[in-house]
Each structure stands twice: as structure tokens, then as C-alpha cells.
Design a protein around this ligand. Structure first.
Ligand code: ATP
Length: 308
């Protein structure tokens, strides 16, 4: 039996280019891995059992337990890559990452299942191959393997690790219900059309990583990072879920250095001065009635890791 711990991500910068003819957007995506994470356990199953899935945690009821689950897809993809037939494996997801929350929880489970099955089946797959399989599963999966802080380009799957100093303290306000990532991108395009700027890849400049933000990460400067947080999907998430404005305000009024919607939302992320300030912001958010719950956590942390 192998258990893998895997982090959620927050995008400290999410620059979104125009809609490409292939339906994707070019991104300048600074991923940051946080200690709020899932655990995926892979254990051997009897011959003919196939891939079975169970899930525990507060959001377990809304996690799909069929072949569409990214953990199950990862197990099958890894087996196929090694020329193995339909694998027999039991996967259990202990889920702490909010579902459809803009924190790439499904992608995290996909990355964790790749690592867990690789260890269980003693395949010793090279990291480069795992990263390739991860990119096949989805744009956010490679980063969950890598962890730390990284710049994602293209659809987000071309990754370069970034230097960081020290630990940053975060709070995540979890909303009731999720937001569909494709719907948020469509709303972003619609708002750009409405504003008259156009939404195509010839209308919108190709986004680039912000030099000030990269310097703040490298210097371990939380105040500077808070000032540089930027998410081009935030106005679209707020347009689809106007109540998030009150969540962002509540965390800021409680002393957060900076706030933004995490990825496509609806989870909101707050940067705090230190662990004590993060605990206070989380407490204030829970009391504010503007979110379902709030978690104080920290990062960066490593990507999918086998637990001893
Ligand atoms: P992203 O920001 O990467 O688009 P997200 O964090 O907003 O994603 P996820 O929690 O990854 O959202 O879930 C998005 C959808 O993926 C869910 O609604 C669910 O149907 C599907 N899904 C597939 N596998 C999983 C999984 N292991 N855990 C949660 N959702 C999963």
C-alpha cells in the first residue's frame, strides 16, 4: 500500500492571453503549491477487479468515482504506457482540496495516482515520462508533480521552476459550490468582447510573467508579493459569482496583505504577514458568513510525495 501526499495550487499570477484557434488561451501562470492537500492511497487488488475508487473528506459526495476521475485515468494511462493490460488497483482519495474550487484538486489527484501506482507497481518511471503523462492528463497536472513555485507557459503545461525564499502564509476561503473552469474562461472572453477590446489571440497581448512578482518571490517579500498578485480570470469569476466580492473584502478587512480569486475560483486566497495573522484572517472569514469555511496554510511545499 502506497500513500502519496499532493498539494493544491494557487496562481499568484494568472495572465490570460486571447482565445487561440484551437480553443485554448496562452497563459502566463505562476503556480504556487500550498500545504493544503489531498492524500491518495493505492493498494493492490485481486485479478479482474480493475480500477476501483473511494473518497473521504467533506466534499467526497461531489467527487466522481467513475472512469472520469483523474486518479483513475492516471492509473490506466501509466499502465498503458508500460504496455500493461487494464490494471487492478484500489485507489482511495482523502480529499481536503475544495472540489471545482480553482485549486486544481482533480489534477493533484491525477499526479498523486501516477506517483502512487508507479511505486506500487515498482515501475521506476523516469520523471520526464511522468511529466509527459501528467501533461496528457491535463494542463495543471505536471505542476502537482513538481510542486514549489513554477512559471507555466503555453496552456500552463510548460513549466520552469522559480526561485523562492522562505515561507509564505496563506488563507483559503472555500465557497459553497464550485465554478466550471471552461465557463469562467468563456465569461472572460465575453467580458473582453463587451469591453470592446476583442477576445482573440490577435486582440489580446501574449501575457508575460511580472518581473516585480518574481522578485518578491525570490526575496521572500510577502508585502511586495501581496501588491503584485494578479488574476485575469478574477473579473469573470466575480461576474459569475458576485458574492465573492464580499469574501475578498472580509479577508482584507481582517488584515490580509493581499487577496485574489484562486485560479478560476470560487475559492478566494489571502496572503498574510505570518502564521498568527493567517490564523486570525481565517477565523474572521469563518465568522463573516461570506464563505463555507476558511483554512490557514503555508507554502511553497513539494509536489506529489510518497509518505513513509
Ligand atoms: P482547475 O482549476 O484545475 O480547472 P478546479 O480546482 O476548479 O480545477 P477540480 O477540483 O479539479 O476543480 O474539479 C473539476 C471537476 O473535475 C470536478 O467537478 C469533477 O467533476 C472532475 N474531477 C475529476 N477527477 C476529480 C478528482 N479526483 N477530484 C475532484 N474532481 C475531479
Amino acid at each position: 500500500m502506497i500513500t502519496v501526499r499532493v498539494p493544491a495550487k494557487v496562481n499568484v499570477q494568472l495572465g490570460v492571453g486571447g482565445l487561440r484557434p484551437d480553443g485554448f488561451h496562452d497563459l502566463a501562470n505562476v503556480f504556487f503549491a500550498v500545504a493544503l492537500g489531498d492524500e491518495v492511497t493505492a493498494s493492490a487488488a485481486g485479478p479482474g477487479e480493475g480500477v476501483t475508487l473511494t473518497c473521504s473528506g467533506p466534499d467526497a459526495a461531489v467527487v466522481p468515482l467513475d472512469g472520469s476521475n483523474l486518479a483513475a485515468r492516471a492509473a490506466r494511462l501509466l499502465a498503458a504506457r508500460h504496455g500493461l493490460a487494464e490494471p487492478d488497483v484500489r485507489l482511495h482519495i482523502d480529499k481536503a482540496i475544495p472540489v471545482a474550487g480553482g485549486m486544481a484538486g482533480g489534477s493533484a489527484d491525477g499526479a498523486a495516482a501516477l506517483v502512487a501506482c508507479d511505486a506500487l507497481w515498482q515501475l521506476d518511471t523516469p520523471t520526464a515520462t511522468l511529466l509527459e503523462l501528467a501533461a496528457e492528463l491535463g494542463s495543471d497536472v505536471p505542476f502537482a508533480l513538481l510542486g514549489g513555485v513554477a512559471l507555466g507557459r503555453g496552456r500552463g503545461e510548460i513549466l520552469d521552476p522559480l526561485p523562492v525564499t522562505g515561507t509564505f502564509h496563506w488563507v483559503f476561503a472555500v465557497a459553497d459550490g464550485g465554478l466550471s473552469t471552461p465557463a469562467v474562461f468563456r465569461e472572460c472572453d465575453r467580458l473582453r468582447e463587451e469591453a470592446g477590446t476583442g477576445s482573440g489571440d490577435t486582440d489580446v497581448p501574449t501575457p508575460d510573467a511580472d518581473a516585480g512578482l518574481l522578485a518578491a518571490l525570490a526575496d521572500g517579500d510577502a508585502v511586495a508579493l501581496a501588491g503584485a498578485l494578479a488574476n485575469d480570470l478574477q473579473s469573470a469569476a466575480l461576474s459569475l459569482r458576485p458574492s465573492l466580492a464580499a469574501t475578498l473584502r472580509a479577508g482584507t478587512e481582517a488584515g490580509a496583505l493581499g487577496a485574489l480569486v484562486s485560479g478560476s475560483g470560487p475559492t478566494c486566497a489571502f496572503l498574510a504577514k505570518d502564521a498568527e495573522a493567517a490564523a486570525a484572517v481565517a477565523e474572521a472569514l469563518r465568522a463573516s458568513g461570506t464563505c463555507r469555511t476558511a483554512h490557514a496554510t503555508h507554502g511553497p511545499v513539494p509536489g506529489a510525495t510518497v509518505l513513509p
